[in-house]
Design a protein. Sequence first.
Length: 248
Amino acid sequence: MTRWLAWMAGWFVSVTFAASLELSPAEMEGRQLARQLQELRPMENSSLSGILRIFPGRNQRVEIPVEFRTILTETNWQVLYIARGPAPDHAATIRIVRNENQPNQYQVSPSGSGEGETNATKVLTGDQAMIPFAGSDFWLADLGLEFFSWPQQKLLKKELRSGQACSVLESTNPNPGEGSYARVVSWIDLDTGGIVHAEAYDTKGSRLKRFEPKALKKVNGQWQLQEMVIRNLRTGSRTSIQFDLQSK
């Protein structure tokens, strides 16, 4: 039995080592960066209010009050996005559960009550989360930064973007579904780990969405994201989330 266990341990180490040898330096660096970004954990619970603004077409705008909560537990940390729009399509509660070394879990409720799981709650993972949040251009997978969990990561280069030194990370979806992201390229700030810019591509290689933080504000000596915008380049629509940082 002892010999068998030793053989199995040796086999596992050799397979793992062989697999790492198959990765290029850029792929190994990409995986390491994506893992670091996934492991970033908030220091404390927080709560923010804000406005979700959807611009579906020319001279059209929908404004939806939203609430954002970060909840730390002993075993994981969770993020809630609660939209309380008047129309059914604009009301939703999304709870993103992050467990170490496990896929993100998206608990979706059609109401904006912010309550826990109900009979109407759906639990989604992976590409299932590539659906709109409250009728906006933000997909659940965007809010959960799902692309950092894909197994194929590659550090393309380092360059300046918007005056900031960035690592350019390419995340590739190994099995993209119809209409989902096949590849995401992110510009990651070297100092903070924040996303300066990101572009998502479909299965045909066409650019599908563009993400940009639009405004920062200094709160208690730290720069905080005040507004982020995502544009759907296929439909021409865009959505912004603007946070009231005073509500923290």
